[in-house]
Design a protein around this ligand. Structure first.
Ligand code: SME
Length: 152
C-alpha cells in the first residue's frame, strides 16, 4: 500500500468522525473512505455483534451474507479470537464464507472498545495476498478511529 493512501484514509476518517458519534453513520463513511482510498479491493465494511452473532452493517461492494456465527469463517474467527486475521488465500481457510466469489484474500480487524467486542471491520481483495503488515497497521488504526469516535 502506498504510504500516501494510508495517510489520506486516516486523515479523512479524522475529519469525517470529528464531532460525530453515531456508530452507523461513522461506519458508513469509513466503508466509503476505505473504498475510495484503498486500491484493489472488492469489499469493505462492518459486521456488528448483536445477540451473540455478527450482523451485516454498512459496507461497499456486492451484497453480502447478513449473519455470521462467532467462530465461523474469517470474520467469525477474528471476532472469537479478538485478533486481526490476515488471510492470503481465503480458499485455503477452513470454513471461509464466500460472499463474493471474486474474493481471494481478506483482512478482518476486531472492533474492541473497553475490552468489549463490538464487531469486525472486513476488507476483501480479488488479489491473492493483497494484505500484509502495512495494511494490518492501517486497518487497525481505522478500526480504532471508529471505536474512538463513539465517545465515552
Ligand atoms: N468472507 C467472510 C464473510 C464476509 S464477506 O467476505 C463480506 C468470512 O469468511 O468471514
Amino acid at each position: 500500500m502506498m504510504h500516501d493512501a494510508a495517510d489520506d484514509l486516516l486523515s479523512d476518517l479524522a475529519g469525517l468522525f470529528a464531532g460525530e458519534a453515531d456508530p452507523i453513520a461513522n461506519a458508513a463513511n469509513a466503508a466509503a473512505a476505505i473504498w475510495q482510498h484503498v486500491p484493489r479491493i472488492n469489499w469493505a465494511g462492518f459486521y456488528f455483534l448483536k445477540d451473540g452473532e455478527l450482523v451485516l452493517g454498512p459496507f461497499q461492494g456486492k451484497p453480502a451474507c447478513v449473519r455470521i456465527a462467532l467462530g465461523r469463517g474469517v470474520c467469525g474467527t477474528a471476532a472469537a479470537r479478538r485478533e486481526t486475521l490476515v488471510v492470503a488465500d481465503v480458499h485455503a481457510f477452513p470454513g471461509h464464507i464466500a460472499c463474493d466469489g471474486a474474493s481471494n484474500s481478506e483482512i478482518v480487524v476486531p472492533l474492541l472498545r473497553d475490552g468489549a467486542l463490538l464487531g469486525v471491520l472486513d476488507i476483501d481483495s480479488p488479489e491473492l495476498a493483497r494484505f500484509g503488515a502495512a495494511e494490518r497497521v492501517l486497518f487497525e488504526a481505522a478500526a480504532r478511529a471508529w471505536t474512538d469516535s463513539l465517545g465515552g
